[in-house]
Design a protein around this ligand. Structure first.
Ligand SMILES: Nc1ncnc2c1ncn2[C@@H]1O[C@H](COP(=O)(O)OP(=O)(O)OP(=O)(O)O)[C@@H](O)[C@H]1O
Ligand SMILES: [Mg+2]
Length: 298
C-alpha cells in the first residue's frame, strides 16, 4: 500500500498535504494525530471513497480509485462514522454486506453466523440496528468489515465507545486477523492501543506524516525512556526545570505542572545527586507527538 505525494483539498482546507506513506503487507500499521489531522481522509483515499487532487494511491497492488471495485472486494472497512442501516436487523445488516462483498449465496449464512459470533450479537440477530447500544453498533460495524476475511482491514477509530473488555476482545480479533496474513491499518486516539497492536505507526500532523517507525524506536529516538512529571509550580519544580535545561532535556507544560522528557538522564547530567521529586513514568507516543509538533494528540 503506497500513497505518493498525495494532496486532498476540501475548498480552502487542505486535509492531506503532500503525504507520502508506504505500508508493507502483513503489518499492523497505526495512524496517529490530533483531530482534523487528515487521518480519516487518508483512510477514505485508500478505500476509494475520496479521490486525491494530486499524487497516486496504490492499494493491494492496484491503482486507486480506478480499481476501487477490486480493492473493495478484498478489503474490509470500518468507518469512523457509523453507517449501519437502522431499519434492518443485525443479521440483515451483515447479509447486505455479505452480498456487497461478493460472498457466494450458498456461503452467506455461514458468513453471517460467523459475523454474529464476532460481534457477540448472536442473541440479537433479529434486533433492528436502531435498538442496539452504542457499543453493540460498533461491534456490528467491525464484524461487518471482517465478514469476507479480507486481506486488508482498514479501521478508523475502531474502539471508540467500547468498554475495556470489548476493546480487549477487538485487540484479540485484530491479532487473529493478522495471524491469517491480513494487513491492518487503523487510526486511534488510544495511545496504548497503538503501542500494543501496531508494528509501526505514522504520526500525522496537518495532513502529512511527521514521523514513522515502530512505537519503541520512535519513543526512544524522540523522547528517551522516561518522563518525569512535576505537579504544581513550587521551588522543587523550578529546580527540576533548571536541571532539565542544564541537561538540555526538552520540557513541556502539562495540565497540572511540567514534564521533563528523557528524565532518565536528569540526575546524571545535572550531577546534583539530590534526586527530583515527582512522578516518573514510561515515555509514550503522546510524548513523541508533543515533542515533534508542540500539540497534544487529543
Ligand atoms: N467531506 C468533507 N468536506 C469538507 N471538509 C472535510 C471533509 N472531510 C474532511 N474535511 C476536513 O479535512 C480535515 C481533515 O479531516 P479528517 O476527518 O481527515 O481528520 P481526522 O484526522 O480524521 O480527525 P479526527 O481525529 O477528528 O477524526 C478537517 O479540517 C476536516 O474539516
Ligand atoms: Mg477521523
Amino acid at each position: 500500500m503506497a500513497l505518493t505525494d498525495v494532496v486532498k483539498r476540501f475548498g480552502a482546507v487542505t486535509a492531506v498535504d503532500h503525504l507520502d506513506l508506504v505500508v508493507p503487507a502483513g503489518v499492523c500499521f497505526g495512524l496517529l494525530g490530533p483531530n482534523g489531522a487528515g487521518k480519516s481522509t487518508t483512510m477514505r483515499l485508500l478505500t476509494g471513497q475520496a479521490v486525491a487532487d494530486a499524487g497516486t494511491v496504490e492499494v493491494l497492488g492496484r491503482s486507486m480509485p480506478a480499481e476501487s471495485k477490486v480493492v473493495r472486494a478484498r478489503s474490509g472497512v470500518v468507518p469512523q462514522v457509523d453507517n449501519l442501516d437502522d431499519e434492518l436487523t443485525v443479521a440483515e445488516n451483515l447479509g447486505v454486506y455479505a452480498r456487497l462483498y461478493g460472498i457466494a449465496r450458498a456461503d452467506r449464512p455461514a458468513a453471517i453466523a460467523r459475523g454474529l459470533e464476532l460481534a457477540r450479537l448472536a442473541d440479537r440477530a433479529d434486533t433492528i440496528a436502531d435498538e442496539l447500544s452504542g457499543g453493540m453498533r460498533r461491534r456490528l460495524l467491525i464484524a461487518r468489515g471482517l465478514l469476507h476475511r479480507p486481506e486488508l482491514v482498514l479501521l478508523d477509530e475502531p474502539t471508540v465507545g467500547l468498554d475495556p473488555q470489548v476493546r480487549q476482545q477487538l485487540w484479540g480479533q485484530i491479532t487473529a486477523v493478522r495471524r491469517d496474513g491480513a494487513t491492518v491499518v487503523l487510526t486511534t486516539h488510544y495511545i496504548e492501543e497503538a503501542e500494543r497492536l501496531c508494528d509501526e505507526v505514522a504520526i500525522v500532523h496537518r495532513g502529512t506524516v511527521v514521523a514513522r517507525g515502530s512505537p519503541d524506536r520512535l519513543i526512544e529516538a524522540t523522547v528517551g525512556v522516561e518522563v518525569l512529571e512535576v505537579a504544581g509550580d513550587g521551588p522543587s519544580q523550578r529546580r527540576t526545570l533548571l536541571a532539565a535545561e542544564q541537561a538540555g532535556l526538552p520540557t513541556r507544560h502539562t495540565g497540572t505542572g511540567v514534564a521533563v522528557l528523557g528524565s532518565e538522564a536528569l540526575e546524571v547530567a545535572a550531577g546534583d545527586g539530590e534526586g527530583h521529586a515527582g512522578r516518573r513514568r514510561r515515555a509514550t507516543l503522546e510524548d513523541v507527538f508533543v515533542t515533534l509538533t508542540g500539540e497534544e494528540l487529543t
